[in-house]
Design a protein around this ligand. Structure first.
Ligand code: MRU
Length: 354
């Protein structure tokens, strides 16, 4: 049985509340844009692709119920809700990219003088297509990534390290970096997958480990501070992580801790890959230092499973992401169009424009 983190059928949307994993598997209904905004903010759903899919599907849920008096009312509804959804979490680019595309679609259809009915059906079609498209892209990307890693390794048994959660629980299915691990496992080319605990919010220990156990993938959990020793003493073939936003020059925002893993990988001569479908690429920004880094509430850092681990009165700093400079992405950026060095990334952006 595959893991299902989202169910959508005929305007009914349910999400798996990943905050309750691995102990409880509970699906919650999303009946409005407000429900989606809260679920994203509270991280009941998380991961860059999933944030955009749930956000946009919540618009579809409301659209299917709503009757509009005129085209202006429809356009206002779209603009207002899409712009609102972007505010839930600022670092991942996927929601703002989808919002921009949908707003543009509506503007174009209005310019072409389509009826209100046509507008609504085209928007619903586009949003509902995000689910299957994401799975197709992830599978394609994972296949490219697995083959690239294998072709650059002396062995046909790969030991891989990943960080955070980038699997079925962060996407519509299969996953990005975790998809690459899955693809290696499916062809019997995986020796071992290591996943970090991913402090402070433990997406690795709670979610990636859950996916590995669920899929019977040979795997071992380490805590974030063990990465150096792991690289020094075990034969790690490659590191693969996901992305929340990839700038034009390849600088990548991803879960806090990614940057230090990339530095260690460079020190140990281990190829470092970023698995990022084009939905995670931000062609509007040139480099990583203009990416806004989200800061999360202190309780996510000073409590583990509800238990305080720091003394009262202690200050804390809780950025959710960091930026890995492109020169540390030595393996390449894995996309659904192939694997690119950061320097060659502009080739897919160019191809998309043509
Ligand atoms: O704060 P999160 O859990 O949403 O962070 C998730 C990540 O950093 C993932 O690596 C990224 O979104 C890619 S998910 C395919």
């Amino acid at each position: 049985m595959t893991l299902l983190s989202i169910c959508y059928e005929n305007g009914k949307l349910k999400i798996l509340n990943v905050l309750l994993l691995p102990h409880k598997s509970i699906y919650e209904e999303i009946n409005s844009v407000e429900d989606a905004w809260k679920a994203i903010k509270e991280m009941k759903v998380r991961g860059a692709p999933m944030i955009a899919i749930v956000g946009c599907l919540s618009v579809a849920v409301e659209l299917r119920k709503e009757n509009f008096d005129d085209i202006e009312g429809f356009q206002e509804f779209m603009n207002k809700n899409l712009r609102y959804l972007i505010t839930a979490r600022p670092t991942a680019v996927n929601m703002s990219k989808s919002a921009k595309d949908l707003i543009k679609l509506v503007d174009n259809l209005i310019e072409e003088k389509h009826s209100l009915e046509k507008l609504k059906s085209r928007v619903l079609e586009t949003i509902e297509q995000m689910l299957p498209d994401d799975i197709t892209d992830n599978k394609q990307l994972s296949d490219y990534g697995a083959k690239h890693i294998l072709s650059n390794s002396e062995s046909n048994k790969i030991t891989i390290l990943t960080h955070c959660n980038t699997g079925s629980l962060a996407t519509a299915g299969y996953g990005t970096a975790l998809g690459v691990v899955r693809a290696l496992h499916e062809t019997s080319n995986l020796e071992e997958a290591y996943c970090t605990e991913t402090r402070p919010y433990n997406q690795g220990a709670r979610l990636t480990a859950y996916e590995f156990v669920h899929d019977k993938i040979p795997s071992t959990l380490i805590c974030d501070s063990m990465v150096g020793l792991l690289m020094d003493t075990k034969k790690v073939s490659a590191v693969v992580v996901g992305a929340d936003r990839v700038a034009r020059n390849g600088d990548t925002a991803n879960k806090i801790g990614t940057y230090q893993i990339a530095v260690l990988a460079k020190h140990h001569g281990i190829p470092f890959y970023v698995a990022a479908p084009v939905t995670c690429h931000d062609t509007d920004i040139h480099e990583g230092n203009s990416i806004v880094i989200e800061e999360r509430p202190h309780h996510e850092l000073i409590k583990i499973a509800g238990v305080k681990i720091a003394p009262e009165g202690m200050k804390c700093w809780n950025p959710a992401f960091d930026i890995t400079p492109h020169d540390l992405i030595t393996g390449g950026i894995i996309t659904e169009h192939g694997v690119f060095t950061p320097e060659k990334l502009h080739e897919i952006h160019q191809r998309k424009k043509e």
